[in-house]
Design a protein around this ligand. Structure first.
Ligand SMILES: CCCCCCCCC/C=C/C(=O)SCCNC(=O)CCNC(=O)[C@H](O)C(C)(C)COP(=O)(O)OP(=O)(O)OC[C@H]1O[C@@H](n2cnc3c(N)ncnc32)[C@H](O)[C@@H]1OP(=O)(O)O
Ligand SMILES: NC(=O)C1=CN([C@@H]2O[C@H](COP(=O)(O)OP(=O)(O)OC[C@H]3O[C@@H](n4cnc5c(N)ncnc54)[C@H](OP(=O)(O)O)[C@@H]3O)[C@@H](O)[C@H]2O)C=CC1
Length: 271
């Protein structure tokens, strides 16, 4: 990631301040790298301090300074404390990328109330807390802003992940709503919907399912975190100044062709 080619020029984010949630691994880590190399001042968060320390030192080895603050996005006080650090450190915020999130694969019929709620809490309520806190910051400082929410492709549901399908659909329609409500505040709100992307997050999925993931799109391959990061950069930056309320699917065409069973394909659908 220290060397990989970037599709955009290196002035697009020069001196911009960008907050990326969940930056220590996977798509978030690619985002932190690409933004740091594009001249942005990057702030990130995550629950695990160890993972954030590793990220910080990896970037420092290449001359990039990243502010990485242990924060659970489900905790409103922690989110407020995170935002309070930014003006102190960087003076402002230009872009928020809500990438933190996740779920576990399970048949909907077996989900416990608490398991369902945990995924809604993480992906819908946590993301909303970040969005609203950022919008209040931009309103109170009378400065423009941009939000990118990393969601998922929900057009055909997400088999074996009903809780996250519900949460992501919630984020998408929340985004469309505030894209209009917050335009008087000069805040753009867009979503990037990744298809199946090879990240550390895949560790929680059964081997039987992982073997079939490449057939979830007509490219017959998994996506790379860098491919999602570049899409987030495009839609979050001034390169997309006339775009708001949009969903950019980056899924190798998976919304058109392919099957994705997060727990393996049931016999009923085989053959
Ligand atoms: C986008 C789609 C692409 C799907 C497409 C497939 C492509 C795969 C590629 C990867 C896609 C990714 O999104 S990768 C991102 C993956 N990363 C993550 O998921 C990290 C973040 N996730 C999490 O932290 C957890 O999954 C989450 C549940 C949301 C939050 O955790 P908590 O600490 O709050 O949870 P806990 O307190 O431990 O548990 C709360 C309840 O959830 C239940 N629970 C927790 N894990 C469970 C499990 N594996 N199986 C059953 N049930 C589980 C517990 O039993 C509890 O219920 P009770 O027992 O009833 O109390
Ligand atoms: N990979 C894929 O195929 C797809 C991924 N996505 C979504 O893209 C995003 C990134 O996923 P990916 O990179 O694959 O997965 P990872 O598990 O690698 O990354 C998720 C990151 O979010 C952080 N995180 C999770 N919950 C919280 C929380 N409550 N507060 C703060 N940080 C949190 C994690 O760190 P920590 O555990 O330390 O908190 C972790 O670094 C997620 O929202 C994911 O669901 C969507 C579609 C497909």
């Amino acid at each position: 990631m220290a060397e990989r080619r970037i599709a955009f020029n290196d002035v697009l984010f020069r001196d911009k301040v960008v907050l990326v949630s969940g930056g220590a691994t996977g798509i978030g880590r690619a985002l932190v790298w690409i933004l740091a190399r594009s001249g942005a001042r990057v702030v990130t968060c995550g629950r695990s301090p160890d993972k954030l320390d590793a990220l910080r030192s990896e970037l420092a080895d290449h001359g990039h300074e990243v502010l990485a603050v242990p924060t659970d996005i489900r905790n409103a006080d922690a989110v407020a404390a995170l935002f309070a650090q930014m003006p102190e450190r960087h003076g402002r915020l230009d872009l928020l990328i809500n990438n933190a999130g996740g779920q576990f694969p399970q048949a909907a019929i077996d989900m416990s109330a608490n398991g369902f709620r945990a995924v809604i809490d993480n992906n819908l309520l946590g993301t909303w807390s970040m969005m609203q806190t950022a919008a209040r910051h931009w309103r109170d400082t009378n400065t423009p802003g941009s939000i990118v929410n990393v969601v998922a492709v929900v057009d055909r549901g997400i088999l074996g992940a009903a809780h996250t399908a519900a949460a992501r659909a919630g984020v998408i329609y929340l985004s469309k709503t505030v894209a209009v409500e917050w335009m008087p505040l000069n805040i753009r709100v867009n979503c990037v919907a990744p298809g199946t992307i090879f990240t550390e997050g895949m560790a929680g999925y059964p081997e039987e399912a992982k073997k079939t993931f490449a057939r979830s799109n007509p490219m017959l391959r998994l996506g790379d975190p860098w491919e999602i990061a570049e899409a987030c950069l495009f839609i979050g930056s001034d390169a997309s100044s006339f775009t708001t309320g949009e969903i950019l699917r980056v899924d190798g065409g998976g919304q058109l062709w392919g099957e994705q069973w997060t727990q393996g394909k049931p016999d009923y659908f085989a053959g």
